[in-house]
Design a protein around this ligand. Structure first.
Ligand SMILES: NC(=O)c1ccc[n+]([C@@H]2O[C@H](COP(=O)([O-])OP(=O)(O)OC[C@H]3O[C@@H](n4cnc5c(N)ncnc54)[C@H](OP(=O)(O)O)[C@@H]3O)[C@@H](O)[C@H]2O)c1
Length: 268
């Protein structure tokens, strides 16, 4: 059973801790946390039973996976120095710090160490959603695969695709939330109560995903089955096409990817 140590115990660290414990992937007594904010450590200890790492040297030395979960503007140089001083050479250093590249992390923690740059998904409590992970040449998937699958699924990517993945995949739930909201509003506009429209919208989205997975069919094939000649479905589709629906969504993703890259540049 791997020992996991978090440097930084903020919101994202908590979401990951909550999920890996709830999913039985890492027991609480195999997780330690250090945070310059003592109250965060106390909260995480009380809430989840993880260890408040008072003795940093031992926690870093004992860890199989070190998770750097501080913000991009925090003192990464100091975090790197501690890792260089106390962590074993084989310890997997997993960073979730947005915009900080493997090259930059190497500068902080030194050459020859396994580094995994991860963009965590925000659906951690559900078991769905993909996190993105890029590995340097010293890191092996086996070192982190089980842990990463403890808070969703994981897509291993070349680092140059991380921004694309962030704007498309990690921002993904936002597009879906917005679609569901708009769809429920459409039901209300058409005359259903808010509650009726909401339940039907949720059920349609969840069921459509199951339908696609179960049937193995392309959406266009299912649309062909549902849309009879001159019927209801094809009339609705015609209006959606007129509304620039697909291109609007695609522009939104492109814009999110561009913004991810800009934020990464700004943090350099
Ligand atoms: N939230 C998300 O949805 C999300 C998604 C993807 C990636 N990320 C990335 O995840 C990272 C953490 O985000 P977050 O939302 O969890 O931030 P957060 O809630 O602000 O957590 C960061 C924590 O690290 C502590 N800290 C700062 N410097 C430290 C140090 N040298 N040693 C130990 N602890 C230190 C902070 O304490 P103080 O507050 O006292 O400074 C704070 O408690 C960020 O790099 C972010 O880019 C977040």
């Amino acid at each position: 059973m791997k020992q996991i140590h978090f440097i930084g115990g903020g919101q994202m660290a908590e979401a990951m801790i909550r999920a890996v414990i709830a999913n039985g992937v890492v027991p609480a007594d195999h997780i330690s946390v250090e945070d310059i904010n003592e109250q965060r450590c106390e909260l995480l200890t009380n809430r989840y039973g993880v260890t408040h790492a008072v003795e940093q040297k031992a926690s870093l030395a004992n860890a199989d996976i070190l998770v750097i979960a501080v913000r991009p503007q925090d003192d990464l140089a100091q975090v790197g120095e501690s890792i260089q001083e106390f962590a074993g050479p084989e310890t997997a250093v997993l960073s979730i710090v947005a915009g900080v590249t493997i090259e930059k992390l190497t500068g902080f923690i030194g050459e020859n160490r396994p580094i995994i740059r991860v963009i965590p998904n925000t659906l951690t409590d559900t078991g769905f959603g993909y996190s993105g992970a890029a590995l340097n040449k010293y890191a092996k998937k086996e070192q982190v695969d089980e842990f990463l699958n403890g808070f969703g699924k994981v897509l291993y990517l070349d680092e140059k695709l991380i921004d694309t993945f962030t704007g498309f995949g990690v921002a993904g739930p936002n597009y879906v939330y917005y679609f569901i909201e708009s769809f429920a509003d459409a039901g209300v506009l058409a005359g259903l109560s808010r509650e009726q429209a909401w339940q039907v919208a949720l059920e349609n989205v969840a069921g459509s995903v199951v339908m696609l997975k179960k049937s193995g069919l392309h959406p266009r094939q299912l649309l062909d089955i549902n849309n009879s000649a001159g019927g209801v479905g094809i009339h609705a589709l015609y209006e959606l096409n007129n509304s620039d629906f697909a291109a609007g969504l695609q522009r939104a993703v492109k814009s999110a990817v561009k913004r991810t890259t800009e934020l990464g540049e700004e943090s350099k």
